[in-house]
Design a protein. Structure first.
Length: 115
């Protein structure tokens, strides 16, 4: 009498485990599909971040180039300003004073030299 009861218990237990296995397999498939979708989304975001970093580096380079060009233009502007001042002083000198004219011509040559 105990053997048939044990057989029934074992069959019910096997059925319960089989049902749980089928349910878990379905959940596993859903979780795997979700994970695959999330991985694809993460990969897409990585590509977007790489593109954004590349654009940021490009803009940083452009900003640096513009900043260097601005500094160079300011240097040229300062040197040009002194050149103009010396040239005006030279033009304002009286025509008869050759020593001062020669000195100013040398200053004009020094300040107005293109490098």
């Amino acid at each position: 009498m105990i053997i048939p009861i044990m057989a029934v218990v074992f069959v019910l237990a096997a059925g319960a485990f089989g049902a749980l296995w089928l349910l878990e397999r379905s959940d596993h498939r859903k979780a795997t599909d979700e994970l695959t979708g999330l991985r694809a989304e993460v990969d897409g975001l990585r590509v977007q971040v790489a593109e954004a970093e590349k654009k940021q580096a490009e803009w940083d380079r452009k900003i640096m180039d513009v900043s260097n060009a601005r500094l160079a233009a300011e240097d040229v502007g300062r040197s040009s300003h002194r050149c103009v001042e010396v040239a005006r002083e030279w033009l304002a000198l009286p025509a008869g004073n050759t020593a001062q004219l020669d000195k100013k011509i040398r200053e004009v040559g020094a300040f107005c030299r293109k490098e």
